[in-house]
Design a binder for this molecule. Sequence first.
Ligand code: COA
Length: 134
Amino acid sequence: MWTCEQVVGASLDVAEVLDLYRASTLAERRPVGDTERFTKMLAGANLVVTARLDGRLIGIARSVTDGSYVTYLSDIAVDVAFQRRGVGRDLIRATQEAAPRAKVVLLSAPAAVDYYPHIGFKRHESAWTLDALG
Ligand SMILES: CC(C)(COP(=O)(O)OP(=O)(O)OC[C@H]1O[C@@H](n2cnc3c(N)ncnc32)[C@H](O)[C@@H]1OP(=O)(O)O)[C@@H](O)C(=O)NCCC(=O)NCCS
């Protein structure tokens, strides 16, 4: 059985996390070719939960939270070899438990649009994004 734990993003081995992003397919939609930017993504997220099985990193949930009102779930990724076993559900549960009063908000990747309603998320009809300045 895997274990989920909250960790400090900056303490993670960036190469190990990059491998997981690739193994989950999320790397197709994240700036994994820019190690400096990716390292900042890990260090800047203030709520990071990892899932490990016998020490091997098999899942991650990376969020930004105020700890009280809202948790923005930026990325969730599970190694394809370990998907559909409940790892993703556990990562989200651990994310919720780290800030129990906060609502979890996310933008779904195309491949996961059917996943979130399946595990209890409600669709929000007025989500808005503003492109990065550069
Ligand atoms: C999306 C993702 C995190 C789900 O993690 P997971 O560990 O496979 O999901 P779980 O095992 O917790 O799934 C819980 C339930 O949802 C179902 N489910 C999993 N992925 C699903 C999908 N893409 N569409 C619909 N249902 C899905 C599971 O079958 C399971 O159903 P059950 O409880 O009825 O048995 C994982 O598939 C992943 O890393 N995908 C690639 C990266 C990605 O797209 N991330 C999302 C970024 S927004």
